[in-house]
Write a protein that binds this ligand. Sequence first.
Ligand SMILES: *[C@@H]1O[C@H](CO)[C@@H](O)[C@H](O)[C@H]1NC(C)=O
Ligand SMILES: *[C@@H]1O[C@H](CO)[C@@H](O)[C@H](O)[C@H]1NC(C)=O
Ligand SMILES: *[C@@H]1O[C@H](CO)[C@@H](O)[C@H](O)[C@H]1NC(C)=O
Ligand SMILES: *[C@@H]1O[C@H](CO)[C@@H](O)[C@H](O)[C@H]1NC(C)=O
Ligand SMILES: *[C@@H]1O[C@H](CO)[C@@H](O)[C@H](O)[C@H]1NC(C)=O
Ligand SMILES: *[C@@H]1O[C@H](CO)[C@@H](O)[C@H](O)[C@H]1NC(C)=O
Ligand SMILES: *[C@@H]1O[C@H](CO)[C@@H](O)[C@H](O)[C@H]1NC(C)=O
Length: 493
Amino acid sequence: MRIAAVVNGFNKIDEMGKFLAFSLHVEVLLVLALLSCSPGIVWSNTLCQQTNDEVRPHSVSITEFGAVGDGVTLNTKAFQNAIFYLNSFADKGGAKLFVPAGRWLTGSFDLISHLTLWLDKDAVILGSTNPEDWPVVDPLPSYGRGRELPGRRHKSLVYGRNLTDVIITGNNGTIDGQGSIWWSMFRNKTLDYTRPHLIELINSTGSILCIAGLSSTEGLTLYLIPRADLRLFFWMNSHVTVQKVAIFAPLDSPNTDGIDPDSSDNVCIEDCYISTGDDLIAIKSGWDEYGIAYSRPCTNIVIHRLVGKTETSAGIAIGSEMSGGVSEVHVQDVQFYDSNTAIRIKTSPGRGGYVRNIYVSNVTLTNVDIAIRFTGLFGEHPDDAYDPNALPVIEKITIKDVVGENIKTAGLIEGIEGDNFVNVCLSNIVLNVSSNYPWNCSYVKGYSDLVMPEACEPLKERIFPEHCSDCYYMSNQIQSSKSQNRGAWFMSW
Ligand SMILES: *[C@@H]1O[C@H](CO)[C@@H](O)[C@H](O)[C@H]1NC(C)=O
Ligand SMILES: *[C@@H]1O[C@H](CO)[C@@H](O)[C@H](O)[C@H]1NC(C)=O
Ligand SMILES: *[C@@H]1O[C@H](CO)[C@@H](O)[C@H](O)[C@H]1NC(C)=O
Ligand SMILES: *[C@@H]1O[C@H](CO)[C@@H](O)[C@H](O)[C@H]1NC(C)=O
Ligand SMILES: *[C@@H]1O[C@H](CO)[C@@H](O)[C@H](O)[C@H]1NC(C)=O
Ligand SMILES: *[C@@H]1O[C@H](CO)[C@@H](O)[C@H](O)[C@H]1NC(C)=O
Ligand SMILES: *[C@@H]1O[C@H](CO)[C@@H](O)[C@H](O)[C@H]1NC(C)=O
C-alpha cells in the first residue's frame, strides 16, 4: 500500500515509530482517511528559480579603482566609481565587480542592473562605523515614516533601486555591516534617523537577485555572508532568490531580523542559516494607514530549508506590518532550535490588510519556548492617525508535520475580539511539551487532526472529512513544478 504526505516531517526511524505508536493508539482509520484529504505533495529539490551560472563578459577588480583592503581606508568612492564604470557594460551582457581577499571598508553604495558583485574567499566588505557614510533617504511610502523614528531613514550599505538582473555572490565572502554602532545609538536613543539595512533592494522586477555561496565545491553547506549584523530587506520586488546565505547577528542585538521580504512577490529563500536578535525571516507589507493606502501585498513567498535560532523572536514571522496583505506563503523543511518562537503571526487593530493562504510544513524544533504564536494585539502604530476599526483578516493558515522536543508551550494563539482568526488548521503535530497548559487560544476558529498534545477547544474540531476544503492546501493539490518525486515523500508499506 502506498501512503503519502502524513509521514513527512519524520526523518528518523524513532520519530516515525513514535508517530506510528501515537497514531495507532489514537485512531488508525484517521491516518488512512486523512490521505484522501491531503493528496501527495511533490516538491522538486529546489523550489527557487535557478540562475544560470552566469558569466559576465566584463570584469574589473575593486583594486583597479584605488581601493585598499586594510580595514581602515574608506573605499566608498572606489565602489561608486567602479560601478559607474561598469554601467557602460549594462547593455553588453553586464559586468562583474570582483572583490578580492581583504577588508574593504565602505559607506553606502548603489548597485546597477546587470551587475554581479563577486566576493572572493576571505573578502570582507565592512560597513563604515561613521553614520555620515550612510546617507539619508525618504521613508517607504507604505510606512509613511522611518520604522524607528518619524521622518527619513539611513540608506542601506548595499543599495539597489529600479534594477534588473543583479547578482551578489562569490566564494564564501562576507558582508559585515558592523552594526554595533547602530545598536548602541538605538539603545542610548541617540539615533538621528531610522537605522539602515545591510542590503536593500527596492522596486527591482522581472529578475533574480541571487545571493549564492557559489564555490568550487558543490553542496549546501557553503555560505556567503557569515556576518550580516543588519537586515537583508526587499521592498516592492519581483523574483528575488536568496540561496545559501548565512546571516549572523548577536542574539541580543536589537531588531536585527535576518531577511525581510516586504510588499514583494515571488521571493524564494532556500538553504539558509540565520541566527539573529529578532525574527529570522519576517514577511511584511506596510504599516497601518500608509500600508492600507499603498496596498501592495507580499505574495508568493517560498521558504525552503532554513535552519536557525533566535532567543527573542520567531523563526518565521508574518507582520506585524502586514497592512498591504500577505498571502501564498509556503514554508517547508525548516528547523529551529534554542529559540523563543518557531512560527508567528503578528498583527493589530489598525493594520487592516490580511494574512491568508499560509502553508507551513515539516518543521523540526528543539528547545523552543513557543511552537506556534499568533498575536492579535501587537500594537505599535506609526502615528495617531491609524484607524482602530481597520481590522486585519487572518484566515486559512495551515501548519502541519511539526515535531518538537523540549517545547514549553505548543500554541499561544490570540485572535482579536470581534475579529476571529479563522480556518486555522493544524495537522500532524507532535510536541514534547513541558507546560501543563500547552495551548492557550482565544478568538480563533479552526480544525486539527493528529495533534499532540491535543489542540485547544476552538481548534479541536476535525479537519477530515468535512473541513478539508476550509483548510489551505488540505484539499487543493499543490502545484508541483517540473519535479519528480525525490523519494523521501512517499513511503511504501
Ligand atoms: C523535513 O525537513 C528536513 C530538514 O529540516 C529534511 O531533512 C527531511 O527530509 C524533510 N522531510 C521530508 C519528508 O521531506
Ligand atoms: C526609481 O524610479 C522612480 C520612479 O520612476 C524614480 O523616482 C527614482 O528616482 C528611481 N530611483 C533610482 C535610484 O533610479
Ligand atoms: C519602479 O520602477 C518603475 C520603472 O522602473 C517606475 O515606473 C516606478 O515609478 C518605480 N516605483 C518606485 C516606487 O520606485
Ligand atoms: C566560509 O567562511 C566561514 C567563516 O569565515 C568559515 O567558517 C567556513 O569554513 C568557510 N567555508 C569555506 C568553504 O571556505
Ligand atoms: C551612544 O552610542 C554612540 C555609539 O556607540 C556613542 O557614540 C555615543 O557617545 C553614545 N551616547 C550616549 C549619550 O551615551
Ligand atoms: C519528553 O522529554 C522528556 C525529557 O527529555 C522525556 O523524558 C520524555 O520521554 C519525552 N516524552 C515524549 C513523549 O517523547
Ligand atoms: C492565556 O493567554 C492569556 C493572554 O491571551 C493570558 O492572559 C492567560 O493568562 C493565559 N492563560 C494561561 C493559563 O496561561
